[in-house]
Design a protein around this ligand. Structure first.
Ligand SMILES: Cc1cc2nc3c(=O)[nH]c(=O)nc-3n(C[C@H](O)[C@H](O)[C@H](O)COP(=O)(O)OP(=O)(O)OC[C@H]3O[C@@H](n4cnc5c(N)ncnc54)[C@H](O)[C@@H]3O)c2cc1C
Length: 343
């Protein structure tokens, strides 16, 4: 394990933003992680695939890229298997591994960029499934003490794009291993988005988990901009939830307002719809922009600075508040200038 000074992060974040880490290293084991992180070096960032960060400036201190690998079946019975994967394993690599073993539960989460270790941070989700639906347990290295700690599902306090690691445990742990409970008798989730229609178009009447994964990959590739082609971090904002009274008031002014019920009795409004209504879709300022087909995705057309994308995000936030009285919270983690926070 080698610590490198003034390391370029451009290739390590999917926005393709140009920023440097004061110091940088890659770790392949808990022992290497301990050697790099202890004693705590002051400012410390744990980096996975860099697909959910916005770099607004060079980073002081140390950036540790988690490359802890390994996937194996930890235990199993006739119905299910507990699969353990290192935090540095690519998320989609784990999905493909599970499909190869005919273990179900991850097929709807196919092709989400990033690492296994980051998946619990925001409880990744897509096409009606969230990480919490298959989560069993995780192992984490406590950065202040070097102790290894286990978190079960309850202590992770998963919510919509949220967990304890985005709140009181933010920046305190490096997730080194994740354990997922995958099924041997599959229950397909086809009702969300275009999955069923895509399977029909593929002439598949009796789909397997592998077919569902293929359908999800097909839909994602047709809808989401590929970060290899145009820098982005997926959805920039979370979909806001509002109370019924506010929805009824807003519907008087905006009868076409798209809304979905949540299990807690609130209503979810697609952030992309709000941003589009506020007139931002396809807008471009220099190399920072709002994607032409997906208003929820902010993009770097080439040489945008993180601060320009942050400025655009703030202007979008303000105009959505002005138009609808709804606050958009960022899904993306903002790194850089100390104190840069986006409520
Ligand atoms: C095109 C595109 C599509 C996307 N689609 C989806 C989607 O459908 N659903 C969805 O939920 N997300 C989606 N995302 C967001 C992103 O893929 C996920 O949030 C992913 O889990 C981020 O993983 P990462 O390894 O890249 O994390 P990074 O961007 O490297 O880090 C994100 C945060 O997690 C922390 N972190 C990373 N690894 C660890 C670790 N081992 N221990 C502790 N903290 C850690 C970092 O410090 C940072 O705060 C998309 C992104 C892109 C670019």
């Amino acid at each position: 394990m080698q610590i490198i000074q003034h390391y370029p992060l451009k290739r390590l974040n999917t926005f393709g933003l140009n920023a440097f880490a004061e110091r940088f290293c890659e770790v392949k084991s808990v022992e290497e992680l301990a050697a790099a992180a202890l004693p705590p070096p002051g400012s410390l960032h744990i980096l996975g695939g860099g697909s959910n960060i916005l770099l607004t400036a060079d980073l002081p201190g140390l950036v540790i890229k988690n490359n802890i690998g390994g996937i194996n079946i930890f235990e199993e019975d006739d119905d299910s298997a507990i699969v353990a994967a290192g935090g540095g394993v690519g998320w989609h690599e784990l999905v493909l591994w599970s499909l190869h073993k005919n273990l179900g539960g991850l097929e709807n989460l196919s092709l989400i960029p990033g690492s296994v270790g980051a998946a619990p941070i925001q409880n990744i989700g897509a096409y009606g499934v969230e990480l919490k639906d298959v989560f069993h347990q995780l192992d984490a290295f406590e950065l202040a003490t070097g102790n290894m700690v286990s978190f079960d599902a309850q202590s992770c306090r998963f919510g919509y794009r949220d967990s304890v690691f985005k709140n009181e445990c933010s920046g305190k742990y490096c997730i080194t291993k994740v354990f997922l409970k995958l099924s041997k008798h599959h229950q397909l989730r086809l009702e969300y988005g275009d999955i069923r229609r895509t399977l029909e178009e593929m002439n598949i009447a009796d789909p397997t988990i592998q077919d569902v994964s293929k359908a999800v990959i097909h839909i994602r590739q047709s809808k989401l901009p590929d970060p290899e082609a145009i820098g982005n971090a997926g959805s920039f904002f979370k979909n806001p939830e509002i109370m019924e009274g506010q929805l009824l008031d807003l519907q008087k002014k905006f009868p076409g307002m798209v809304h979905y019920p949540t299990p807690t009795g609130t209503w979810k409004i697609p952030a992309g719809w709000l941003i589009e209504q506020a007139g931002w879709k396809g807008k471009r300022f220099g190399d920072a922009g709002c994607h032409t087909r997906q208003a929820l995705v902010l993009v770097n057309y080439g040489n945008a600075r993180g601060a320009e994308i942050l400025d655009l995000a703030r202007r979008i936030q303000e105009s959505v508040v002005a138009m609808f009285g709804i606050h958009l919270s960022p899904e993306v983690n903002i790194w850089g200038t100390e104190g840069v926070k986006m409520p």
